[in-house]
Design a protein around this ligand. Structure first.
Ligand code: T4K
Length: 450
């Protein structure tokens, strides 16, 4: 079968999710949370897979069956790795079973130990991968512009036990890579990136996959390019890639010859074939995501207290994550109430990533209480960020309906609060007003949970 280009589009199994008759809201009684008809009959998930062409995938599955080769360095795995190298321009790609094992393998092979500096504002897997390796995550704050690790916060967090910085290109926003590299070089520590959200993204014309010692990707079902489960480590250090390949396969250097500590981190042929088919449609998916993201921006621009995170300067995004920050002092409705209103309408908006890792088990106690440090920017974003649906099943009519729901909820904030208060007390989240966000920032390492 001839490989398609990454921009080709051949067919779709992605049924558009269209708004229903319940989408027009005139009074708050029309809101589903108060008994009205939901705007969408089917759930509109953040994370709904972008299904690639079924026929092309099934043709590959037939081929896999014909050749009776299901895993272990198969043909599709190698093709998948090659296309990832082509997209990123990096010299080597080691595809693995998921994004979490990608991080763990990388840490293992680099011999990281002690403490690693990491943002708390990330999916929990970033911190868990460290802890699972016996490394203490040392949470540092992010900057409000990029939402990624703040280089100034890193300097303050480095101790004699620090062996690396693990930065995250959150929501596909690229970190301040130059300054992070300068800091890592000055302190003689490793710099690696969790690029799970940033496949296909670039900054100053340089693709994600080419910074630090290595970068990891996730190709989970919810990612815009997906292998159902899958991940990869991408690097320009070919010797490191060879060691990762050994570690991915129990350390086998040859049949019956184990040369190093290894694990099973392999990606099956069925997953690689799905990933490859998904990669063929990535440009189409990015373009759809981009169009939707710009439409959201247009429709939400004048909604008070609702700020959509826009693309960074000199960057190209994959536009998978449409993130809005709700300033409850202006919107007069807090993020969590807004999420509830949308959920009732079948818009499954997500509070990515709340609570921050530093407030989750096992890094905090049962109440989410943490000892000895405070991350003001992280707290601010965590309490206000909401991700809205995007992807190839979303079109302009859907974006408009979701945006109109947000607008309606903000304009009806007082009435909604009143109605909810009549049912049970609702406390408007107002950490800002309480001055809590101005508390003195500091950082400390979280010991590895026993
Ligand atoms: N680092 C970062 C920064 C990450 O964001 C992630 C993963 C990782 C590392 C680890 O990579 P992996 O080991 O996962 O490859 C989801 C994903 O499970 C997770 O992969 C992803 N990040 C994270 C951001 O989102 P959840 O717990 O929020 O949602 P989940 O998996 O239940 O799916 C979200 C929604 O998507 C569901 O409510 C329904 C919809 N959905 C999901 C699946 C799986 C579908 O419609 N169809 C589906 O097949 O974690």
């Amino acid at each position: 079968m001839t490989a398609l280009q990454t921009g080709d589009r051949v067919a779709t199994d992605n049924q558009a999710i269209r708004p229903g008759p319940g989408s027009r809201k005139r009074t708050i009684d029309d809101l589903a949370i108060f008994g009205g008809q939901p705007a969408f009959a089917d759930p509109l998930h953040v994370g709904r897979p972008n299904l690639p062409n079924r026929d092309r995938y099934l043709a590959r599955i037939n081929d896999i069956f014909d050749r009776a080769w299901l895993t272990n360095d198969g043909t599709y795995l190698r093709q998948f790795e090659q296309v990832i190298c082509d997209v990123t321009g990096a010299s080597a790609c080691v595809a693995v079973a998921n994004g979490t094992i990608a991080l763990q393998l990388l840490m293992q092979v680099l011999g990281l130990h002690g403490e690693v500096i990491v943002p708390s504002l990330t999916f929990i897997a970033t911190a868990h991968a460290l802890a699972w390796q016996g490394i203490s995550p040392r949470f540092a704050d992010v900057d409000l512009e990029s939402c990624c690790l703040d280089p100034d916060a890193i300097e303050a967090a480095i101790t004699p036990r620090t062996t690396a910085i693990l930065a995250v290109h959150l929501w596909g926003r690229v970190c301040n890579v130059q300054r992070l590299q300068e800091i890592a070089d000055r302190h003689g520590i490793e710099l690696i990136f969790d690029a799970s959200h940033a496949f296909g993204a670039s900054k100053h014309g340089r693709m994600v996959g080419n910074w630090g010692r290595a970068e990891t990707f996730s190709f989970h079902a919810t990612k815009f390019v997906s292998a159902a489960e899958g991940g990869a480590i991408v690097t320009n250090d070919v010797e490191l890639a060879e060691r990762l390949r050994l570690a991915r396969n129990f350390g086998f250097a040859a049949r019956d010859h184990v040369s190093t500590l290894g694990i099973n981190g392999k990606l099956s042929e069925l997953h690689a074939a799905l990933g490859l088919t998904s990669l063929e449609e990535m440009e189409f998916t990015i373009e759809t995501n981009r169009r939707n993201a710009f439409r959201y921006a247009e429709r939400l621009i004048d909604v008070p207290g609702v700020k959509l995170l826009t693309t960074q300067d000199q960057s190209r995004s994959n536009y998978q994550y449409v993130v809005v920050l709700i300033d409850d002092r202006v919107a007069r409705i807090d993020r969590d109430t807004l999420v509830k209103v949308l959920e009732a309408e079948n818009v499954q908006a997500r509070r990515y990533f709340s609570p921050g890792c530093h407030r989750s088990a096992p890094y905090a106690d049962d109440q989410g209480t943490i000892d000895g440090f405070w991350l003001p920017n992280t707290e601010r974003i965590v309490s206000s960020a909401m991700s809205l649906p995007n992807g190839v099943a979303i079109d302009r009519a859907t974006v408009d309906t979701v945006s109109d729901l947000v607008r309606f909820a903000v304009h009806s904030a007082a009435e909604i609060r009143g109605r909810m208060a009549a049912r049970r007390p609702v406390v408007l989240h107002d950490a800002h007003a309480a001055g809590a966000l101005d508390a003195a920032p500091s950082v400390s390492a979280v010991p590895v949970p026993g």
